[in-house]
Ligand binder design. Structure first.
Ligand SMILES: *[C@@H]1O[C@H](CO)[C@@H](O)[C@H](O)[C@H]1NC(C)=O
Ligand SMILES: *[C@@H]1O[C@H](CO)[C@@H](O)[C@H](O)[C@H]1NC(C)=O
Ligand SMILES: *[C@@H]1O[C@H](CO)[C@@H](O)[C@H](O)[C@H]1NC(C)=O
Ligand SMILES: *[C@@H]1O[C@H](CO)[C@@H](O)[C@H](O)[C@H]1NC(C)=O
Ligand SMILES: *[C@@H]1O[C@H](CO)[C@@H](O)[C@H](O)[C@H]1NC(C)=O
Ligand SMILES: *[C@@H]1O[C@H](CO)[C@@H](O)[C@H](O)[C@H]1NC(C)=O
Length: 383
């Protein structure tokens, strides 16, 4: 350091010595003229180097660090799910891409069907430790997608099932078409993985009510998709129908149900590709219509009624009355409480009666996590 400083000073000294005391005016003018040019040029080259580097990183991330030359010539290229969920497709591009459907029914490769768990959330997933346990040991049978506020950056570590599972998102509001848009965005991203056969919509307050194996069998063997679709003659049902929706939507086809669905691939494709009913709902299901309670149940009832169970598999408690269902916290979570959710009811399933009615439940506060983790082995069948 010492020697470098002194040598620098030596150089400065020698420069000063070499220069005449009075700089000629012409030289000064030339200097003043070229200074901004020089500064500009170095700024430009700095920017270009940085930008090139960024582009290179983005490219490598997209390609998943794999060479992308020979790939298109093998089947693998066509059936491999996207390696990076953070694509830059617009909604229009994404929905179009997601609507691709193979016309040959038999897959010419070993396809292990998966369940896509689609979390529609504002930000963090406070119950994620419970879900981590739920998914443990079932790799290859599920995939996870998270739609959060665009500003939210999840901080899951690389050993988490939620790591890098966030999809490009937009702000969505309850009761607005933007909520259905978010659900379609989740479906479309999940459809890009050909292995996904079931598509379950969940929120940050949802919990599993069985273990993964039970849920997997329940869904894979079901002939019907689970979405509430009720014909309610009252003011909050048919009362929300607008005659302007005819002829695409008749009042006899108007349905209502909670937004938390679990649908198989065929209805999922109908939901992302729809351009017939969407404009009608967007235009005439507002305000106080709560489009997210009507759009998918009605649309699917018209398009494929035979594929619908017309009931949900997500348990919720409306018994307290009011505009919102009950939320359960630490003090509520007891064996008796969980038993009351899990037992004592029967539901139609593949045209038979079954005692397992719900695979998921809402709404659970973050404080419910600890007692749920404790009771999960005994009550929910996983640890
Ligand atoms: C996505 O990126 C490509 C290449 O960088 C660009 O041409 C395209 O316009 C982008 N699309 C969107 C929707 O931003
Ligand atoms: C993520 O951030 C939240 C708060 O922002 C924090 O409570 C949590 O511990 C963080 N998780 C990890 C895995 O870093
Ligand atoms: C709507 O349904 C009713 C009863 O099924 C029927 O009489 C009527 O013709 C339908 N309207 C349209 C436009 O399909
Ligand atoms: C659900 O309702 C539709 C009519 O809205 C009906 O066609 C279908 O059979 C029902 N599904 C079951 C499983 O009963
Ligand atoms: C099951 O379907 C048969 C006809 O396919 C019908 O006769 C029977 O009532 C159905 N059972 C139940 C429980 O819905
Ligand atoms: C899942 O739960 C069922 C019923 O509680 C139980 O019989 C089964 O052994 C559990 N499966 C696993 C893999 O733990």
């Amino acid at each position: 350091m010492q020697t470098r400083v002194s040598s620098m000073e030596d150089i400065k000294d020698s420069l000063q010595r070499a220069q005449p005391r009075v700089v000629p005016l012409v030289l000064l003018k030339v200097f003043v003229l070229f200074l901004p040019l020089g500064v500009g040029f170095s700024a430009l080259s700095l920017y270009m180097t940085r930008n090139l580097k960024v582009q290179n990183v983005v490219f490598q991330a997209r390609a998943g660090f794999q060479p992308c030359v020979e790939e298109q010539s093998s089947l693998d290229w066509w059936i491999r799910p996207p390696s990076n969920l953070m694509h830059n497709m617009s909604d229009e591009e994404l929905l179009w891409r997601a609507s691709f459907v193979p016309q040959v029914k038999k897959y010419p490769f070993k396809r292990v069907p998966k369940i896509a768990f689609m979390f529609l959330t504002r930000g963090p997933l406070p119950l994620s430790p419970l879900w981590e346990k739920y998914f443990k040991g079932h790799k290859g049978l599920y995939s996870i997608y998270i739609h959060a506020l665009p500003s939210y950056q999840g901080n899951f570590t690389s050993d988490s099932v939620f790591y890098r599972r966030q999809i490009p998102s937009k702000v969505s509001e309850w009761g607005q078409m933007s909520m259905c848009d978010a659900e379609r965005r989740l479906l479309a991203n999940a459809l890009l993985d050909l292995s996904n056969e079931w598509f379950v919509l969940l929120s940050e307050s949802c919990i599993p009510l069985s273990n993964f194996s039970i849920a997997y069998q329940y869904l894979m063997r079901s002939r019907h998709s689970f979405i509430g679709a009720m014909d309610d003659p009252g003011p909050f049902g048919r009362g929300r129908y607008d005659l302007n929706m005819a002829p695409e939507v008749n009042i006899t086809q108007w349905r209502k149900g909670s937004q938390w669905f679990a649908v198989s691939r065929k209805p999922a494709v109908s939901m992302v590709k729809d351009t017939t009913y969407y404009p009608k709902f967007e235009k005439f299901c507002k305000p106080n219509c709560y489009v997210d309670e009507h759009y998918f149940p009605t649309m699917l009832t018209i398009e494929s009624p035979h594929l619908l169970a017309n009931r949900t598999i997500t348990w919720v408690d409306w018994s307290r009355g009011g505009a919102h269902p009950a939320t359960f916290g630490r003090a509520d979570i007891t064996e008796t409480f969980l038993k009351s959710i899990l037992e004592g009811t029967t539901c139609p399933y593949n045209n038979q009666s079954i005692s397992v009615c719900h695979l998921f439940g809402r709404k659970f506060a973050p404080s419910a996590l600890e007692p749920l983790l404790q009771l999960a082995p005994k009550m929910l069948g996983f640890s």
